[in-house]
Design a binder for this molecule. Structure first.
Ligand SMILES: Cc1cc2nc3c(=O)[nH]c(=O)nc-3n(C[C@H](O)[C@H](O)[C@H](O)COP(=O)(O)OP(=O)(O)OC[C@H]3O[C@@H](n4cnc5c(N)ncnc54)[C@H](O)[C@@H]3O)c2cc1C
Length: 415
């Protein structure tokens, strides 16, 4: 089949790769001049599905069994947030109490696990170094935090994760750079947790897709998607570029492109920040990923850099960075890993990106219900962790197969 893909973020590129693997003729249309320039640019890099789910899902605080995160995930209303954002926030909070919430979380876990396996398989196949670091520690500051999270390790283990409770001394053996000045009671250790450079992998995968015959057309903004006949209308062109099928992978722009088809995609941009600083001293830097669950901060090693991330805000704020959030990230980095990174270096990169988030924290993957139009979007806080799995299952579906993961929980008509 001839297949048009809208968007060359990690999700669109992974989709292009899998479809090209299956022998389809793929063309990717991207409005920017390069791949992975928007949400996939500088994410935290976490690939550990179980550790991301509590981050992604509003069900966290309301789950019958307590999860390890702060029960009130803090979303800040930034300048520019209006009624639409407030309404979305209400929906997001409400989703936590929906009877389907626990099922959605388990479905995400299953998809995440499948995706991680596919990502690892591709990394091995291409024999590339994508700055992968291994292991993740969730730090618990007080003894009562350990009690609070007591059922969480069992729940995560039941779902297939390797999660162990470790005391502070063991945690320091795993992460020798952790400051001795900041006391903590213990940690949860996910030995199978992983972080890696999403943008780097997106570039590798783009070239791999090209080798299989996929075409990437940059500076090509899709103004409209057509279903009968299927195709895309590019900005500045009068005729439709026909295809047998279109896959929408346009991240935050997806909702607008579906509007004319009367499909409602209740997606919000949940902005977050990452700061990437060059490594200063190997022994003082994180070896893998360290998560501070109370402040929703992740510190991860990415090759010769350390990346700290956090913040969740609704509202564009004119693109302005929120100084307090950035300050918090710097403090976390220098507090937990003093001397680990060159935080005053001119090479420090600060980034604000939008997580394209659905009210229940799960993506929209599968058929749109309209002929020839498929969806792979709304991956929120887990787009990197889910991209390769979603792409493989969607390619199977487009090819008429069942796919290894049930996509029903990710159908657009669940809203
Ligand atoms: C601070 C932060 C930390 C994060 N940490 C993690 C993490 O640790 N692990 C994880 O799994 N995920 C993480 N994420 C989430 C992850 O980055 C996103 O879910 C993922 O990048 C989404 O990928 P995407 O391809 O759907 O969207 P994008 O990367 O935004 O790609 C969409 C593409 O579509 C293009 N496009 C849009 N409209 C059009 C149009 N009309 N015509 C042509 N092209 C168009 C855009 O230019 C863009 O290139 C994080 C996100 C943020 C902001």
């Amino acid at each position: 089949m001839e297949i048009a893909i809208v968007g060359a973020g990690i999700v669109g590129i992974a989709t292009a790769y899998e479809l090209a693997c299956d022998g389809h003729q793929v063309t990717v249309y991207e409005q920017r001049s390069a791949a992975a320039e928007e949400a996939s640019f500088a994410s935290s890099g976490l690939l550990a599905p179980a550790l991301l789910i509590p981050w992604a899902s509003p069900a966290v605080g309301a789950a019958p069994r307590r999860w390890l995160w702060n029960p009130k995930p803090s979303i800040r209303m930034a300048r520019g947030a209006g009624r639409a954002e407030s309404a979305w926030l209400r929906r997001w909070r409400k989703a936590a109490h929906a009877p389907t919430a626990a099922g959605t979380m388990l479905a995400l876990e299953q998809l995440g696990r499948y995706s991680l396996a596919r990502t690892r398989q591709l990394v091995t196949q291409f024999d590339v170094d994508i700055e992968t670091s291994h292991g993740a520690l969730v730090l618990l500051r007080h003894a009562k935090d350990i009690e609070k999270v007591r059922p969480a390790p069992d729940v995560l283990r039941e779902a297939g994760s390797q999660i162990a409770e470790v005391d502070a001394d063991t945690a320091r053996l795993i992460e020798p750079g952790l400051s001795t000045d900041v006391p903590f009671a213990g940690a949860l250790h996910a030995g199978d947790g992983e972080a890696a450079n999403c943008r780097l992998f997106a570039q590798v995968l783009r070239y791999a897709a090209q080798e299989l015959g996929a075409r990437f057309v940059f500076n090509a903004q899709v103004d409209a998607i057509s279903t009968q006949p299927a195709g895309v209308q590019l900005h500045g062109e009068s005729s439709l570029r026909r295809a047998d099928a279109v896959v929408l992978c346009a991240g935050m722009a997806s909702a607008a492109l579906l509007k004319r088809h009367r499909l409602d995609l209740p997606m919000a941009a949940v902005y977050g920040y990452t700061i990437s600083a060059p490594l200063r001293e190997e022994l003082h830097a994180p070896q893998g990923t360290v998560i501070d669950p109370v402040h929703h901060i992740t510190i991860a090693r990415q090759g010769q850099r350390v990346r700290v991330s956090g913040g969740a805000e609704l509202g564009y704020a004119g693109g302005e960075h929120h100084a307090d959030t950035l300050q918090k990230l710097y403090l976390a980095l220098s507090g937990w890993f003093p001397g680990g990174a060159l935080i005053s270096s001119p090479q420090v990169q600060t980034w604000r990106g939008a997580r394209p988030t659905m009210p229940d924290g799960a993506p929209v993957v599968g058929t749109s219900g309209l002929p020839g139009l498929w969806l792979n979007t709304g991956h929120g806080a887990c787009g990197w962790a889910l991209a390769c799995g979603c792409a493989r299952v969607l390619a199977d579906r487009i090819g008429g197969g069942a796919g290894a993961v049930d996509l029903d929980p990710f159908h657009i008509h669940r809203f």
